[in-house]
Ligand binder design. Structure first.
Ligand code: GTP
Length: 305
């Protein structure tokens, strides 16, 4: 946290020190008997809580505009309450802005900025919830969760696909399955290393999730192969969604962690609709179509070369 947010922490520490120095310069330390210890405990406690909130917030957030707003809001609240605390030990001329004006300005300003930051945080959380919904139940079924991407694994896919098939047949709705496989992922692994391949798989997961509807389910079927269950979806729509996912991935400019090189990926897809198939038969059919797509891509590349 300290390394990531060092400038923000330095700014808060610097402003706090400036407040102490100015207070000492324009005021006088109160005599022991004039200090109200109950106020010190109360106001010191509020200041300490504001500092803790700031610490918790920075510890749980990446850098970015929402974090900046939250830091500014909590920072203002902290400095405002800290100034309040200083007032209890340093007597400052009542006519000075530092004595009353600063306290009564910083706290409301901090609360206003914090409210604005919390509003954006709330919006950000809604987006994450939306993405998480597409991983349905995975968070309650850790045994069937893929450790790298957080998606359901192949066993989870089979189980959910069987349930979706039953639901589709009971409600006489179509159901589709799309398999996606990254092209030449082995070469990417060999060139940039397995850890970079892992990061790429994680980022591609996010891209796919962002391009799905809230009812769709994404699973990691195997190594570089993903599966999407598309409820209430016919063949045409499934083909369209597969094409959208291919486009989204082709346009994604992945940056490697080491050198920041840009990598572009393509995928091959195989779709299949339910009709009278079982979950296993659907996976087999989609796999056959995926391999056919890979074959025709390879043949086209040979012709082009
Ligand atoms: N980094 C990483 N690589 C993985 C993981 N699981 C599988 N792989 C790799 O994925 C690659 C899959 O290779 P292939 O099945 O030959 O697929 P490909 O190179 O994409 O070839 P085509 O599908 O024919 O285009 C292998 O190099 C595996 O080691 C993983 O969790 N992390």
């Amino acid at each position: 946290m300290i390394r990531l947010h060092k400038w923000k922490l330095l700014a808060v520490a610097l402003i706090t020190n400036i407040t102490i120095v100015i207070s000492l310069a324009v005021g006088e330390i109160k005599a022991w008997e004039h200090i109200d210890w109950l106020d010190i405990v109360g106001e010191g406690g509020v200041s300490l809580l504001a500092a803790l909130w700031l610490g918790f917030t920075l510890n749980s957030r990446p850098n970015g505009p929402v974090t900046n707003l939250l830091t500014l809001g909590l920072g203002l609240i902290f400095v405002g309450t800290f100034q309040d605390l200083l007032d209890e030990v340093i007597a400052i001329d009542k006519g000075l802005f530092l004595s009353g004006g600063l306290e009564s300005t910083l706290l409301p300003a901090g609360l206003t900025v914090l409210t604005f930051g919390l509003y954006h945080w709330h919006k950000e959380q809604l987006l994450f919830t939306e993405q998480r919904r597409k991983r349905e139940q995975v968070f309650r079924e850790y045994r069937l969760q893929d450790g790298l991407t957080g998606l359901g694994d192949a066993r989870f896919l089979r189980r959910q696909l069987a349930l979706a098939l039953k639901h589709a047949s009971n409600h006489q709705q179509p159901l589709a399955l799309v398999l996606l496989d990254i092209d030449h992922f082995d070469a990417t692994n060999r060139r940039f290393g397995h850890a970079e391949g892992d990061r790429l798989l994680q980022e591609l997961t996010e891209i796919i999730l962002l391009n799905l509807r809230r009812t769709d389910l994404l699973c990691r079927y195997a190594g570089d192969r993903f599966a999407v269950v598309l409820p209430n979806t016919g063949e045409l729509m499934a083909g369209e969604i597969a094409a959208q996912l291919s486009r989204a991935i082709e346009h994604f400019a992945y940056k490697t962690a080491q050198q920041g090189e840009t990598l572009y990926q393509s995928i091959s897809t195989g779709t299949c609709t339910a009709e009278e198939y079982s979950a296993e038969a659907m996976i087999e059919r989609a796999t056959t179509r995926l391999l056919q797509a890979k074959d025709s891509k390879a043949r086209l590349q040979v012709v082009a070369a």
